[in-house]
Design a protein around this ligand. Structure first.
Ligand SMILES: *Cc1c(COP(=O)(O)O)cnc(C)c1O
Ligand SMILES: [Zn+2]
Length: 422
């Protein structure tokens, strides 16, 4: 007797998420693979009906983003599925860097410790669950580098196909990382914004059918992953909000969702409602949001990026206006630093704390330093700064400054002459 298998699609399960809701006009939609409001083209966000969530319940969970599964659009059994279980990265008390900058209390949230060495593993983990829920067979994205590697790695582990798109001129390490996990890596001749436009076209084409583009048609789900940074920082500070935080800005999604995460913790009674000033960091060579902030504008003018901080090189940031709102509402600011300051800041962080960040980390620490010097940051307030990626991915940025003191024959004589007496 032949076995007839009737394929019943698995029930869609987004845990506490209840709907998609337009950020601009509030129109609600069923949870589906959509990202823009049909009424006003505003971005869609996840809306929730949270149950009771306690600190104890969270603390008893896994040491990954899944300890916050009751606050994310994922099924309750998510930790049992094959995924990379990112998150729960270190919050390092950075006394040496604090002393050097004249700050009383500084912590570094070090996301280089994630499975593919950048913060992108957080957002991809949530998008992967959405892709599974919608029955997509291929995971895709437009990427400035780190996202491509996070997507191909997550797809490999989950047993999905991957096809990811990057600007062709990325750093060697990011190209290697995005390829090594299998799947297809495609370089596009153009900027990230060209890559992103191409992906939007692909979504409407039969070629892209059943594809989950994590940062396009799965963007509402993807974006929620950044909330876990807010949850972790608050929990690791002993269930308190920091007074000031400095966050890198590419599309602005991360900054926007960290703010959302802090506010959810307050609403759920998990932390006290204390003010957090939110600061954004950009590279001068791609600083459309800081330019708008300084000019007092609400509209972000697109730019053509030219900076070594390629992971932040988004010239037309989707969440730019929301980043402006949040910085202004919380009493923060958006600032930028040039490439020389980025390299100096990478070296400063490495030399003071033993943390080697990628160029995005250099941007963020560089902006931290600049804001302190300007008096925009309160030196007595509890401050957190993010390092969102690993310096091994952007070696070229510092290679010229990080060479051996000497290359010598293995003799004491040679050492004395070349190094000890120098
Ligand atoms: C993607 C990325 C960010 C922030 O991106 P948003 O688009 O603003 O969410 C920050 N740092 C690194 C290293 C990244 O790869
Ligand atoms: Zn709308």
């Amino acid at each position: 007797m032949a076995l007839a298998t009737t394929e019943t699609p698995a029930a869609v399960d987004f845990g506490p998420a209840s709907a998609l809701s337009c950020r601009e006009c509030g129109t609600r939609y069923d949870l589906g693979p959509s990202f823009a409001c049909l009424e006003c083209f505003g971005p869609l966000e996840i809306a929730y009906e949270f149950g009771r969530v306690t600190r104890e319940q969270i603390a008893a969970g896994p040491t990954s983003v899944w300890r916050y599964r009751d606050l994310l659009p994922v099924p309750a059994d998510v930790a049992a599925k094959p995924n990379l279980a990112p998150g729960w990265t270190k919050l390092v008390k950075a006394d040496n860097l604090a002393r050097e900058l004249g700050l009383r209390s500084l912590h570094i949230k070090d996301d280089s410790g994630n499975p593919t060495h950048s913060f992108k593993d957080r957002v991809v983990a949530i998008a992967l669950e959405a892709a599974r829920n919608f029955g997509f067979h291929t995971l895709s994205c437009s990427s400035t580098g780190n996202l491509a590697g996070a997507v191909t790695a997550a797809a490999a582990r989950a047993g999905l196909s991957a096809c990811v798109f990057i600007p062709a001129d990325l750093e060697e390490a990011k190209i290697v990382m995005a390829s090594v996990y299998g799947g297809k890596l495609v370089g596009i001749e153009g900027t990230y914004d060209d890559v992103n436009r191409f992906c939007s076209e692909l979504i409407g084409d039969p070629l892209g059918d059943k594809w989950g583009f994590v940062n396009v048609n799965l963007r509402p789900y993807y974006a929620e992953g950044s909330k876990t940074l807010a949850y972790e920082i608050a929990e690791q500070l002993g269930w308190r909000l920091p007074e000031q935080i400095v966050i890198p800005v590419a599309s602005g999604s991360q900054l926007t969702k960290i703010d959302k995460g802090f506010r959810e913790l307050v609403k759920l009674g998990l932390v006290e409602d204390t003010p957090v000033k939110i600061f954004g960091a950009q590279a001068a060579g791609c600083s459309p949001v800081s330019t708008a902030f300084k000019a007092g504008h609400d509209v972000v003018q697109p730019v053509k990026p030219n900076t070594i901080a390629k992971s932040l090189a988004i010239g037309n940031p989707a969440d730019g206006p929301y980043v402006l709102d949040i910085a202004r509402r919380t009493g923060g600011a958006i600032e930028d630093v040039d490439d020389t300051e980025v390299v100096d800041a990478i070296r400063l962080l490495a030399r003071t704390e033993g943390i080697f960040g990628e160029t995005a980390g250099g941007v963020t620490v560089g902006v931290l330093r600049k804001l302190v010097a300007q008096g925009a940051l309160d030196p007595d307030a509890e401050t957190v700064v993010l390092n969102t990626g690993d310096g091994l991915k952007t070696l070229d940025a510092v290679a010229a400054h990080a060479r051996p003191a000497a290359v010598i024959r293995p003799s004491l004589e040679a050492f004395r002459t070349a190094v000890a007496d120098a």
